[in-house]
Write a protein that binds this ligand. Sequence first.
Ligand code: ATP
Ligand code: MG
Ligand code: MG
Length: 560
Amino acid sequence: TERDGMDFIRTLVADDLRAGRYQSIVTRFPPEPNGYLHIGHAKSIVLNHGIARETGGRFNLRFDDTNPETEDVSYAESIVDTVRWLGADFGGTVYHAADYFEQMYRFAEYLIGRGLAYVDSSTDEEVREARGTVTEPGRPTAFRDRSVEENLDLFRRMRAGEFPDGAHVLRAKIDLASSNMLLRDPLLYRIRHAHHYRTGDKWCIYPLYDYAHPIEDAIEGITHSLCTLEFENNRAVYDWTVDHWQDFVRAEGGEPSRPHQYEFARLALDYTVMSKRKLLQLVNEGLVSGWDDPRLPTIAGMRRRGVTAEALRAFCEMIGVAKSNTRIDIGKLDFAIRDDLNHRAPRVLCVLNPLKVTITNYPAGESETFDAPLWPHDVPNEGSRPLPFSGTVYIDRDDFAENPPKGFYRLSPGGEVRLRYAYVIRCDEVVKDDAGEIVELRCSYDPATRSGSSPEGRQVKGTIQWVSAEHGLPCEVRLYDRLFTAPDPEAGEGDWKQNLNPDSLVVIHRAMVEPSVRDDAPGSRYQFERVGYFCSDTTDSRPDALVFNRTVTLRDTWTK
Ligand code: ATP
Ligand code: MG
Ligand code: MG
């Protein structure tokens, strides 16, 4: 139940504090270092960090690094960097499940000693088969009733490396008839002779998630262990493990803490995929340029596209947390990004598709400089930049129509338009090449219409962006769009990759941008007036060869 505009998790946290069940709240974000973080992880980070911050508690960053084969230190480093960038303060200490392997091992011996765990030497297939089905209870394998001594001996020899992968597993002895399949003697340990990025070759047995995770939480004093809905059935194993862990800690004279697991809906966004396995496939098959491809829902990709941490956090707060899985309209993300960039991105002029305009009555060889505001009136920021103007400018091809449709307020033969911050020009002549392609417009300007002065009777409906040919900077512009054409790319029978959007990246090799941006730091953000929000690419942009990424359009233009 929700109260005071709080989501159901914050409500139960508040209840726990009020009832004195905890003195203070401790949450955690527990990624496995086997890939890069995506926006779904951001939802979890913002939720866990937010609850700790709001209640004056603590937020831990912990690597759930119990799988030697898939994990890597490069992933771990990127995750730490990303969590910091998102602004989730984890207090400087990074926790590692791998640092608890010894405690987990001792607890396993404790369980064996009390007849609560046994070494099963069946094959994977035999274990699976004996577990039964939803309608049929499980059966014991031939090893369920091994003596404590035999179990202890085998388990110690498993640790010592005497057996190959798969020879034995350690299982909890819980309930083979449980209606919850996960309680039918879950696996606690398996043998893996593999190098671990943190513990090296010290271990050749590794704990499984359902066993390791509650112990990690209990060791760190986590109070509320938040995970996604598909772990609902795992909660019973979580509680079983924590209950016995508490006995174990007490037996050793310690004061155990009691974490509880709660589940919330995972984020699924339209027009993208989120699972690490699928993202990895896109990267490995070269369908995107890497983990930080601006089209991916990875945080590295969104960051490179120009999205700020504030916008991501605002999005996560806007969508909230709920108890049922729904897909989120990607328009909400775009809204959060625009809302953030509106007051953050100065306005500059860039022409994506340049068409040369010669202003025939402008004094030859002359130029002048306007002092143009960087911000519109409704954004409370100050500042301006020099904007040079000369007798040859570029406008966008789309802003000229030889045969203008009704309601076209831009330039057409004989028509007038205002050049933003400059003058009103009239199109006197259209110059074409032999193939009939328009290559130049010859126009005249009215000096009395200089921006700021407002002579009578000069009303023009349209204002367009332009760049002085002599002063402008050629640049590359990358127009990013949705990665998939289907709202749910994974729905339906076919291969999800068939739904990739062939136009998700359109590269414009020679756009023209005004010179004021020349020396800005890589990653600087702008609104190119009338075009969209952009940022310079942190990897590829150089002062003499600028590259800009489109972060988001000015409004929703998606029509497919
Ligand atoms: P994926 O399925 O995308 O590979 P994962 O759950 O395997 O993700 P982890 O590194 O284990 O990846 O996730 C760390 C934390 O992030 C977990 O607590 C998990 O619940 C949470 N998380 C992962 N994906 C999402 C999502 N789409 N929405 C909300 N939380 C998520
Ligand atoms: Mg996981
Ligand atoms: Mg996964």
